[in-house]
Every structure is written in structure tokens, then in C-alpha cells.
Write a new protein. Structure first.
Length: 223
């Protein structure tokens, strides 16, 4: 009952080489289905990997090649695969994906074609990915990932001061963020800013949490 919703051809570089410095060694075909599954095939149609990254139909599949940093303060844009669902974007790390695809292809080249899913026979780990939620839009038809960036300290401190005032509590180092442009409905076009990683708690925040817990514990102990 599942249907094909999108197809993407992925050029895979040879082992030990980056996509920006060498040509494609072979081409992998990524196919998205209405069941939420994404499957990777060889040029001849042999199944390599099949995995469900999220519950829902896949809208589109896009890839990001490696791009070196233009300036010393800019981060490198690593190889990534973006699997777009109606409200979620799954970002698959390209390094782990390429290693899994190459291992499965090598297994098939040795004549092991008795198993439908090569990754299951090889006991390959789940694909390394992160999920970005785009719940501020009613529906998402397509996205463009602008990449990762780290704002300068001045802009970070200015934003914290404007939002929280002179006595605001701020983190010393700005976080890495990823910008995503999504088109769909309500709104038609939206710019999403996704903070990567987790925040390190500030000492005053920890003291406030401890004080709240102590106060609640005393309130429960004293009638």
C-alpha cells in the first residue's frame, strides 16, 4: 500500500576521499516512501539499507556536500542528508551513512545476495541523525537548509541584552545554529533558527533551581 514520494541520486566518493575533492565512485539511489521509510539502492536496484526515520510520509530528500570554511570563524559544512517530513526534518550525518552504504555494497559485491536488506545481515547500527521540529507551520512542502553558523560574540551579547535587559543572564559563548527556510502554509514561507547542541546551565540558574527544591522540601516537611 505504500507509494514512492521522492527519489534522489547520491554520488558516493571513494573511501578516504571527500565529495568536494574527488568525483563519484558510484551512485546510490535514495527512495522515500509514504510509509516513512527511506531505502537506498545500488545502480542495479539491489537494496542496501532500509530504515524508518520518522512516522509519516516523506516529502523530499536533499543532500549537502562538504564545503570548507570560507573564513577562519566560519564552521565547515559537513556532508549531510536531509529527509523532509510534513513537520520534521531528519538530518542524517553523511560520514556514517556513506560508511554503511559502502559496507553493504562491498558485501553484495562478494556475492551475498540472499538477504533482502544487507544492512540487517551486517547488523549495521541505526543511521546517525538528528530531528528538527518545524511545528510553527501548518504544513511543510519543501525546505532549504542554509547550513550551520556561529554568530560573533558582539551580536550574541547584543541580542541577549535587547531581549532580557541590562541585568539579563547570558551564556559566555554563542551557540551554533542552523537556518532552515521552509515553504508550506500558515505561514507560506518561514525562517527557522535551530540551536545545535545543548545549553550549559549558568551558575545563577542552578542556584535558582536548588533554592526552589529546598523551599518545596521544607514546605512538605513542615505542616
Amino acid at each position: 500500500s505504500e507509494q514512492i514520494t521522492c527519489v534522489l541520486c547520491l554520488p558516493v566518493a571513494a573511501s578516504g576521499r571527500q565529495s568536494s575533492h574527488s568525483g563519484a565512485d558510484w551512485t546510490c539511489i535514495a527512495v522515500g516512501f509514504s510509509s516513512g521509510a527511506i531505502r537506498f539502492y545500488t545502480e542495479t536496484g539491489s537494496l542496501l539499507v532500509s530504515e524508518v526515520l520518522h512516522d509519516g510520509p516523506i516529502v523530499s530528500i536533499k543532500c549537502q556536500c562538504f564545503q570548507p570554511a570560507r573564513f577562519a570563524s566560519d564552521p565547515q559544512q559537513m556532508e549531510e542528508l536531509y529527509v523532509v517530513y510534513p513537520y520534521v526534518v531528519c538530518c542524517v550525518r553523511g560520514f556514517s551513512l556513506c560508511n554503511t552504504l559502502k559496507a553493504c555494497r562491498n558485501q553484495l559485491a562478494r556475492g551475498d545476495t540472499f538477504h533482502a536488506n544487507c544492512a540487517t545481515r551486517l547488523e549495521a547500527p541505526p543511521l546517525d541523525r538528528v530531528k528538527w521540529s518545524l511545528t510553527d507551520q501548518s504544513s511543510v512542502a519543501d525546505v532549504v537548509v542554509l547550513g550551520s553558523e556561529s554568530p560573533v560574540s558582539f551580536a550574541h551579547l547584543a541580542t541577549a541584552s535587547l531581549r532580557g535587559g541590562f541585568d539579563t543572564v547570558y551564556r559566555s559563548s554563542p551557540p551554533h545554529t542552523s537556518s532552515v527556510i521552509a515553504v508550506g502554509s500558515r505561514p507560506f514561507v518561514a525562517f527557522h533558527c535551530i540551536v545545535e547542541g545543548t545549553w550549559t546551565p549558568v551558575l545563577s540558574d542552578m542556584a535558582r533551581v536548588v533554592a526552589t527544591k529546598v523551599k518545596s522540601a521544607i514546605g512538605q516537611a513542615v505542616p
